[in-house]
Structure formats: structure tokens, C-alpha cells
Design a protein. Structure first.
Length: 491
């Protein structure tokens, strides 16, 4: 009897140990507890695009204006060499993963033959009134693997009903057209500029609306999501993507993705607040840094000498993508319907420099250690920050909010760019950090910062060392780092 019991116990032990051996890392060590506010999978995919583009094109291109009054004769819209593939290929060569077209700007002129207005391409000489630029654009984007975004200005200086409830019906009818007839739309852009003087069907007057109530945004947002469940909605206040409070393409040095949306009104937000975000925010809303490659959003020949240089574009990149934002760069086609060669050249060279800079991560063959690592388990090992895999991460034991990771390179190397990422699927956590390098046996601080988020890129003077220390000084939750990369710019 005793022997049987012993054999039985042995079997039980064997089976349990066999099973625990089979347990995946996942089951034995669950991931860290996410923050209350995290991005949706759609937002995560959007953030990973890093750079997207804008195409501002309408009657303004032909009148040399930035804001059309709404009284333009559709016959002036006559791009003789329009080539949407040229736009898309230019954007693609520049590393942009999505393009957003101004289907309708404040002048109310529609680039598609909307059935609800005569103020559109159907009354222009373009393709003898048979053209549909939204169709051409969305087809070309998809053909070349870019996501499609559309801008539909809420303010309409042409429409006679602007300011009355009837206009909201008109606006929603147009949204319905755009979001049902053109396939999958990845982003819709709601501009905050609203109300003022305009043509308004011949009334030629000023009309002002109540920003809080006029558009009934909650129902418009509901309609958009019904029509396109995975779409991301941009406005200054979200709900999926937000403005960063300026049109220079600069996110704040401190930049939290969450913001407090309870009392936010679309079209009436506080730029300073949007520029830093809020660690206590109740919603994750991606920061999108919009900027034009030229001084204006629309093409003006007089600005051909003022196209942003590759150096300016690089600075914008570091202040947007490098600060946990997504860069939205505008490329305005000219009267022919083509992006000017100065713009496309500067953009392409910018992208080549980015690619060259971030081609070789100096941490390959490095090793990493940390002052604390969660459960001393490999799932949270400091080695995970140098494995060049976004999904693996280092983290600390519960209640350890400050800690440090040391990366030791296989040989002394020169670097001037440091890239750090948090695994933001668990939320944004780190609020203060510094970087030190070892030089002749002692540590020197070379960079410091507050937030990290999806990606933080630090530009430093070229430094030569074989050891680097990332010190997390403060964090809103136990810290986690998915990647740390070191690079050297080249000429
Ligand atoms: C602003 C608009 O008024 C500009 O014309 C442009 O479209 C820019 C992206 O947003 O609010
Ligand atoms: Ca990793």
C-alpha cells in the first residue's frame, strides 16, 4: 500500500513538473499591469506609422490664397497635369505612410462630385467635369501601400446654410459620401477653424457658431465610427488623434499621450495643454505634429524659395517623432497638380539621412544589466532593451520606481543619437530620466529628459564610450523600457 502511494505521488510530481515545464513565459510570468489609460490597437498601429502626409489642394491653389472666401467660380479649378501617383510616390519616398487629402477646405469646394452641392469638381474644366480627385487619390494611395486620410472642413464659407441646423445635415451627408464610397479610410481630419466672414450662398456676411453645441460632435463621431469602425478621428481634442497646439510640427519636450477630455471642446482647446499632454489624463489621444513643407498650406509660387530645407525637416522630425508624436507633413501640389521638385527633393534627401542615421544600431553585440529586474526573470531582463525587438521589455519589481540599466558595448564607439522606447501598450509611465556615459572610469551625464513614450530620440554631441547608463529617476508606475538604441549620424 505504502509503495503504491509513493509511486502515485511520484507520478503526480512528474506530471506537474512536466506541465510546469510546458508553461509558456506568458503563463508563468504575466505582463506588467497596464496603466488605466492605454492606446487602442488601432492607435498603436497609427503611432507606429511615425510619419504621415497632408495634401492641401483646392481653388486656393489657383487664387493664390490660404483661405478661400467661398465665392470662387469652380471653373478656375483647372490642374492641367494633375498626377496623384506623383503625390503618392513623393510621399512614399519621403517615408510617409499615409496621406490626408483636403476633400473640402474652408471655401467649401469639393474635390469629389458630391451630390449635395454644385460647388465642386463637377463644374470645373478638370476632366470636363467628370473628374473625382478623391477617387483617384484613394486608389493611388492603396496601389502604393499608403493609408488614406481625408480632411472635411467643418467650416464652409460657401454653403448658404452654414450656421443653421440644416448645414449639419449637409455636413453629415458629405461625411456619409466620403466614408462609404471610397473604401477603407484610415483617418478623418476635423479642422478647428470655425466661423467668420464668407460668401454663404451670396449673403456675404459674418457668421459665428457656438463651438460647444453647433456641430453636435458626439453624434457626428458616432456616425463616423459606424461607417468606418477602425478609422482614427483627428481634431484638436481627439477622440483618437489630437493637435499638439502649434503648426510648426513640434511636440513639447515633455509629451504625454493621455489628456483630460472631460471639459474639452473641439475647436476650443488650450494649445499649451495639448503641447504637453497630461499624465493624469483620462484618454489616450495620439499627438500629431502638423506642419507644412512651405510657409503656407497651399502652393504659392512666391514661396518656392521658402521650402523647408532638409536640416529644417530633420529638426522637425526630432521634435515630433523624437518626442513621442506622429509627424504630419504637408506637401501642396502646384497649379499643374504636381508637387514641386524643390519640395520632393528636400523630402527625399531628408528621408535618406534618417535612413542612414538609424541604419546601424551600435548595441548589437552589447550586453545589459540593471539594478533591479522584475522577479529576476528573463521575461523582464535588461537584455530585452537591446534585443531590437519592440515587443520584449525590461521592467522592475513592484514599488521600484527608480532604477538603472547599463548597456555595455563590445567596443568603444562614437554615437550622437540615443533612442529610447516604452512598451506603450501598457501605458506611458516614465516622467524623469537621465543618460550617463562612462569615461575613464567615471560617469558623466550626457542627456536628461522627462517623458519617453513610444519613442524618444536624444541628440547629443558625439560621445565616445563603451558603457552607457539609463537612469530612471521617476515614473508614474513601475518603469518599463522596450528598446534602447545608439546611433551615429553620417554626412
Ligand atoms: C488650419 C486651417 O485653417 C489651415 O488652412 C490648414 O488646413 C491647417 C492644417 O489647419 O486650421
Ligand atoms: Ca526589446
Amino acid at each position: 500500500m505504502k509503495v503504491i502511494k509513493q509511486v502515485y505521488l511520484l507520478c503526480v510530481l512528474l506530471v506537474t513538473s512536466m506541465f510546469s515545464g510546458c508553461l509558456t513565459k506568458e503563463q508563468s510570468h504575466p505582463d506588467i499591469q497596464p496603466n488605466k489609460v492605454v492606446p487602442s490597437p488601432q492607435q498603436l498601429a497609427y503611432q507606429q506609422m511615425e510619419m504621415v502626409g497632408f495634401i492641401h489642394f483646392t481653388v486656393n491653389t489657383f487664387t493664390d490664397k490660404e483661405w478661400g472666401y467661398g465665392d470662387e467660380n469652380p471653373e478656375i479649378f483647372n490642374p492641367t497635369q494633375l498626377d496623384v501617383e506623383q503625390w503618392v510616390l513623393t510621399a512614399k519616398a519621403g517615408g510617409l505612410k499615409e496621406l490626408i487629402l483636403t476633400a473640402k477646405h474652408h471655401d467649401g469646394f469639393c474635390l469629389w462630385p458630391s451630390q449635395y452641392t454644385e460647388h465642386s469638381v463637377k463644374n470645373s474644366p478638370y476632366k470636363k467635369g467628370q473628374g473625382d480627385i478623391v477617387r483617384e487619390f484613394s486608389d493611388a494611395c492603396r496601389k502604393h501601400g499608403l493609408k488614406v486620410g481625408l480632411y472635411l472642413s467643418p467650416w464652409d464659407r460657401n454653403h448658404p446654410d452654414y450656421g443653421k441646423p440644416e448645414y449639419i445635415t449637409y455636413y453629415r451627408n458629405q461625411l456619409r459620401e466620403l466614408l462609404t464610397n471610397y473604401g477603407e479610410i484610415n483617418e478623418i481630419w476635423f479642422d478647428g477653424a470655425n466661423g467668420g466672414d464668407g460668401y454663404y450662398g451670396g449673403a456675404n456676411e459674418s457668421r459665428f457658431i457656438d463651438k460647444e453645441t453647433y456641430y453636435d460632435w458626439p453624434n457626428t463621431i458616432k456616425l463616423v465610427k459606424e461607417l468606418q469602425p477602425d478609422i482614427k478621428i483627428f481634431s484638436d481634442a481627439g477622440p483618437d488623434i489630437r493637435w499638439v497646439g502649434n503648426e510648426h510640427g513640434f511636440a513639447g519636450e515633455t509629451f504625454w499621450s493621455p489628456i483630460q477630455t472631460d471639459s474639452l471642446v473641439i475647436g476650443d482647446s488650450n494649445p499649451e495643454y495639448l503641447n504637453t499632454g497630461d499624465p493624469e489624463g483620462n484618454k489616450w489621444i495620439i499627438g500629431q505634429c502638423d506642419v507644412s513643407i512651405r510657409p503656407g498650406w497651399f502652393y504659392h509660387e512666391s514661396q518656392d524659395s521658402l521650402v523647408k530645407s532638409t536640416e529644417e525637416l530633420l529638426d522637425i522630425y526630432y521634435k515630433s517623432v523624437g518626442r513621442n508624436g506622429v509627424l504630419l507633413l504637408n506637401l501642396p501640389p502646384d497649379k499643374r497638380g504636381l508637387i514641386h521638385p524643390i519640395d520632393s527633393t528636400n523630402l527625399a534627401v531628408f528621408k535618406q539621412i534618417i535612413d542612414r542615421t538609424f541604419d546601424k544600431n551600435l548595441v548589437s553585440n552589447a550586453s545589459a544589466s540593471a539594478s533591479n529586474h522584475r522577479f529576476d526573470h528573463e521575461k523582464f531582463s535588461p537584455e530585452n532593451v537591446i534585443d531590437q525587438n519592440d515587443t520584449t521589455y525590461w521592467s522592475t519589481d513592484d514599488n521600484v520606481f527608480s532604477s538603472e540599466v547599463i548597456v555595455e558595448l563590445s567596443e568603444e564607439s562614437v554615437f550622437d543619437r540615443i533612442v529610447i522606447s516604452e512598451p506603450i501598450r501598457f501605458g506611458q509611465r516614465i516622467s524623469e530620466f537621465e543618460i550617463q556615459i562612462e569615461k575613464e572610469g567615471s560617469w558623466t551625464k550626457v542627456a536628461e529628459g522627462t517623458t519617453i513614450g513610444y519613442k524618444r530620440i536624444l541628440r547629443i554631441e558625439p560621445a565616445s564610450s563603451s558603457k552607457l547608463k539609463l537612469k530612471i529617476l521617476d515614473s508614474k508606475n513601475i518603469p518599463a523600457i522596450s528598446e534602447l538604441g545608439l546611433y551615429k549620424t553620417t554626412n
